[in-house]
Design a protein around this ligand. Structure first.
Ligand code: GUN
Length: 287
């Protein structure tokens, strides 16, 4: 039984993502050999510094696999109609297999309208209602990158969610809702908590598997974690006055209680990018 002096296994997302990338390399190579050059286009609107860093990592991952990447950079004051036209143009371009509109968009854009414009076959983010609907129904299709990365991390440590109490903190379309569906599909009993959950700690203490995806630095402290639980921290929070990234989990107190935990950085983040590469190759393979 873990106690004050015990320490969790640190789940190394960087190492696991490198292993995934190594598995993907021959898939990319065989596509290229048969004349299909997998191609991801990222649309970056405005100059959000964090988004620029994320986009750079995506481009780097493409380069590592010999996957073509294009970054379409548009100024923040681009009219929405021009952005929609750009997406239409990429939808109709047979050399482009995957399209990602980097979020958040600058204020004033109708985010839902824009991400839904991406053709379902190129929608590696799984934002289009057709793809989101398939996920809900358990039909074959793309799975969103971050939740897919979480499942790969769990599989990597041999953790089977079947029959476990999973608690997801956060109900976003990008992580909270899809990871709930994916854990349910793997036979976990899933509870979703959010800003209106009255006693968050009471809920999280029931979790054998705790997924924190709310975007609040250090929200989950050690006393809110069941001893021995597997804790997955999706948070990437920039704290004012510091260059350091902080997760949604207070790592120092959590590591003393959890059985296994992902660090920030070096946990879920690198897995998201590896899964984006996987989705890009899947999109190219099915073209
Ligand atoms: N911004 C932060 N994470 C993501 C992501 O997974 N997809 C997109 N499109 N934008 C993001």
């Amino acid at each position: 039984m873990p106690n004050e002096t015990s320490s969790a296994t640190i789940i190394d997302g960087k190492a696991r993502s490198e292993a995934v990338m190594n598995e993907l390399a021959p898939r990319a190579k065989s596509l290229i050999e048969r004349g299909v050059n997998p191609h991801l286009t990222v649309i970056l609107v405005g100059d959000d510094p964090a988004s620029r860093v994320y986009v750079k990592s995506k481009v780097k991952a493409c380069q590592a696999l010999g996957v073509r990447s294009t970054v379409a950079t548009l100024p923040a004051d681009t009219p929405e109609s021009a952005l929609l036209d750009k997406i239409d143009q990429l939808n109709n371009d047979d050399s482009v297999h995957a399209i990602l509109v980097q979020l958040p968009l600058p204020e004033g854009f109708d985010e839902r309208r824009i991400v839904q414009r991406v053709a379902p076959g190129k929608d590696v983010d799984v934002f289009h209602p057709l793809n989101a609907g398939k996920l809900l129904l358990g039909a074959p299709g793309f799975e969103p990158c971050t939740p897919k990365g979480i499942m790969a991390l769990l599989d990597g440590i041999g953790y089977d969610p079947a029959g476990k109490n999973a608690v997801v903190v956060g109900r976003s379309n990008i992580v909270g809702k899809p990871i709930t569906l994916m854990l349910l599909r793997r036979n976990a009993t899933v509870t979703i908590c959010h800003s209106r959950t009255p006693d968050l700690g009471a809920a999280t203490r029931q979790a054998d598997l705790l997924i924190a995806a709310v975007g609040k630095a250090g929200l989950i402290t050690g006393d809110m974690i069941k001893p021995g639980a597997v804790v997955i921290d999706v948070g990437v929070n920039r704290v004012e006055g510091s260059k350091k990234l902080r997760g949604d989990v207070d790592f120092d107190s959590a590591v003393k209680v959890a059985g296994a935990i992902t660090p920030v950085p070096g946990g879920v983040g690198p897995m998201t990018i590896a899964m984006l590469m996987l989705n890009t190759l899947e999109a190219a393979e099915s073209c």
